[in-house]
Design a protein around this ligand. Structure first.
Ligand code: FAD
Length: 386
């Protein structure tokens, strides 16, 4: 039976980041991916390291730490991960949203974010094609983006060059502890062994928990996205509507149709390095149905035409859906599990997993190596559910 220092379950951006930092510490690592690398949310999402959307607190601190890491990652990995720092704007077009957004900006400034409220004139200067009647916007210069597919590829090739072994195309049949070592039997009956196991199975993490009789309160939160043809850049900054932030942080303030609220829709409008705009997205609770719906995509695209009338004739070339790993209290779970020595969870990042991946991987590697975590994230411990 092959033995490893650490086995990672899940080949998304979180699992790969954990694997990367463990291989940097010379650990012998195996990665198990049920399907293909990037098959989950990390291959079906937006691309933002959006500091403005992070709740002031530990999540924001982790995002700031991750952004710092991302800035140097292309060089560190010798692979272009598509990092761009374009800044971001949250457009406010309803009077009642202003006090909430003003207060939000104040709190984020306390964390040292370079963020400010700007008026319509300043918005138009940066984004001349935005509709008339914007009341104000928040502007954050630090908001950045990466290509999650490139990040995963870069982590993977670095890990493989450091000896990581990958078990692809097979899920896990059995997971049991044998005298302090975890024995993991795959669906194809191969068994491997390791002192440490990291559950980084994203929206499927609960299933892994069941194998060792623990409940991990993580559910899929579906997001649908429409992709435009390649178009010239309308303005440097990526754009969100205040509805997008408010429907995440204070849904009762969203002033829209019931259907709109049910889908958790708000405008998210970002341009990839290749020139396509990603128009998103929904936040739909419930199931693992990967289909996209015509009605929902129309809701998203109508919104973009409302904010950017110039786009009315631009074509949608594809649509897709992904499943955010959404924890019951909206915070990630990053810790060892009490009473299950050597079993770690790195999951539940919801809509923030791209932004939080480097810091998550770094801290999990520190935990496994019994080092003091570089950031105190005890509030993300699984213990809060016991
Ligand atoms: C529409 C949308 C937009 C988003 N936009 C952003 C954004 O702009 N910025 C941001 O920071 N975040 C964003 N997110 C969130 C982000 O995509 C996720 O938080 C992140 O990708 C989660 O990564 P993960 O590695 O935990 O999970 P996943 O990427 O889902 O990876 C989990 C992996 O585990 C595998 N797996 C499942 N079961 C098993 C098993 N039994 N055995 C082995 N492997 C298994 C799956 O096949 C999958 O590959 C968005 C998400 C969506 C859906």
């Amino acid at each position: 039976m092959k033995t490893y220092d650490a086995v990672i379950i899940g080949g998304g951006i979180i699992g790969l980041s954990c694997a990367y930092y463990l291989t940097l510490k010379n650990k012998k690592v195996a990665l198990i991916e049920k399907n293909q690398i990037g098959n989950g949310a990390s291959g079906a999402c937006d691309d933002m390291i959006l500091l403005q959307s992070k709740k002031p607190g530990k999540i924001l601190e982790m995002a700031i730490e991750s952004l710092d890491i991302y800035k140097g990652l292309s060089k560190e990995l010798n692979y272009d991960i598509g990092f761009h720092n374009r800044g971001g704007m949250i457009l406010i077009d309803k009077e009642e949203q202003i006090p909430f957004m003003e207060d939000y900006v104040k709190q984020q400034k306390k964390y040292g974010l370079n963020i400010e409220m700007i008026d319509e004139k300043a918005v138009k200067k940066l984004h001349p094609y935005v509709k008339d009647g914007i009341l104000a916007a928040t502007y954050g210069s630090e908001d950045s983006q990466v290509n999650p597919l490139y990040v995963m590829r870069a982590f993977l090739s670095s890990c493989i060059s450091k000896g990581m072994e990958v078990y692809k195309g097979s899920g896990i049949k059995e997971l049991k502890n044998n005298n302090g070592n975890w024995q993991i039997t795959l669906d194809n009956d191969v068994t491997i062994e390791s002192e440490s196991v990291v559950n980084a199975a994203g929206a499927w993490s609960r299933e892994i928990g069941k194998l060792i009789d623990i409940d991990i309160p993580i559910e899929p939160l579906k997001g649908q996205i429409a992709v435009t043809e390649n178009v010239p850049m309308l303005g440097k900054e990526n754009i969100w509507s205040a509805d997008y932030i408010i429907s995440k942080l204070k849904p009762e303030l969203v002033n829209h149709s019931e259907r709109f609220k049910e889908l958790g829709v708000g405008l998210s409008f970002t341009q990839t390095g290749e020139g396509n705009y990603l128009i998103g997205s929904t936040r739909e609770r419930g199931n693992f149905n990967k289909n996209t719906d015509k009605e929902v995509i129309e809701l998203l695209t109508n919104q973009i035409v409302e904010f950017f009338p110039i786009l009315k004739d631009v074509h949608i070339i594809r649509t897709f859906a992904g499943f955010r790993p959404s924890s019951v209290d909206g915070k990630p779970i990053i810790s060892e599990v009490k009473g299950k020595k050597g079993f770690y969870i790195a999951s539940g990042h919801g809509g923030d997993g791209i932004a939080l991946a480097p810091a998550t991987g770094k801290i999990i590697a520190e935990m496994i190596c019994k080092e003091k975590p570089s950031l105190d994230i005890s509030e993300f411990s699984y213990d809060r559910f016991i």
